[in-house]
Design a binder for this molecule. Sequence first.
Ligand SMILES: Cc1ncc(COP(=O)(O)O)c(C=O)c1O
Length: 392
Amino acid sequence: MDEARRMKRLPPYIFTIVDALKREIREQGVDVIDFSMGNPDLPPPSNVIERVTDALKEPAIHRYSKNDGVIEKKLRKVIADWYENKFGVRLDPDTEVLPLIGSKEGIAHLSLAYLNNDDLALVPSPAYPVHFNGVIMAGGILYNLPLKEEEGYLPDFFSLPKQTTDLTKLTIIGYPHNPTTATCDLEFFNKVVAWAKGKNMIVAHDLAYSDFVYNGAKAHSILESKGAKEQCIEFHTLSKSYSMPGWRIGFAVGNKKILAGLAKTKSYCDFGIFRAVQEAAIEAMSGPQDYVKKISEIYRKRIDLFVDGLNAIGWETKKPNSTFYVWTRIPQKFTFHTSLEFSELLLREVGVAVSPGSGFGEYGEGYIRFALVEPDERMKEALTRIKKVLSL
Ligand SMILES: Cc1ncc(COP(=O)(O)O)c(C=O)c1O
């Protein structure tokens, strides 16, 4: 049976290729050290696990979620309070907050909700894959803007011709940025909001890494910019800050009309979030926040250990000021390889799995991304193994 033409237009999902390779290598009995996915390895806060354990005993917890339920309303209120506390922006819990089954789900459905076949979506490249794949799956026209290292990985929307911006219905950005680890200041958001003003365009900001900034870098909400609520929404997730990637919970905030359109699309696809997971999110976001500081410090130390280690074995790499990723060029000696080929080499030769830069879009080619979701001892072991490859 032939897939829909829309689906055939998707680029090969590089991470599926890497996954298949990992499986093959593991089947050969190799102990793979896995830096390929941003899949946190740390345990979630213990109070969250306790809350869910209790919640599971409540009969109503197992029923379908409904928008005006007690838990649902409480969750939206907790999100609004968390947001105000963090970014100084007040949200209406009932209209400006939309819980999601993870932010990836919301980002994909945003394109489905808003893009027609002749609408253009501006997506900088490299990017977190659902930013561009969501556009393609929805049948929209994808317009990639290159992010360049020498420009701090910030997109230049501002010199795009009017014909392009007139066709643009959606722009998707995200800082701290996955995969490049770039951050931006509030001035950049002010410029984006001023540029979008008056255009028939949604600006979506993906803020998955707001808690992982180091060395004086800051993570801003785009809603801090004056006028942003006119046409912006922002995505957040509990996957990273509370180490709950498998629980599937995130949320979108911002312009209420845009969120209502997204909620409408979702209402035809899902029945909301398991209520026990909503209780977990309430506990995580309204409980003590020292957990978040603690894990951010763990990731910062991992970055120090790993990047110092890479440089020591001759793989020149800059230290990131955000996220838990390391984004680095393929070592000089191996630049005749594509990023997928070099990733395959690392995996086959020494059992180290990484993400090829090309998985994040055409402008990610030439780079490798490490996700530091392995403990210190495993990272040290990986450095020893990578050294062997560098001396091949
Ligand atoms: C930038 C970015 N956005 C969204 C997500 C997806 O998060 P969630 O688990 O909430 O779907 C990720 C996960 O790696 C991410 O890096």
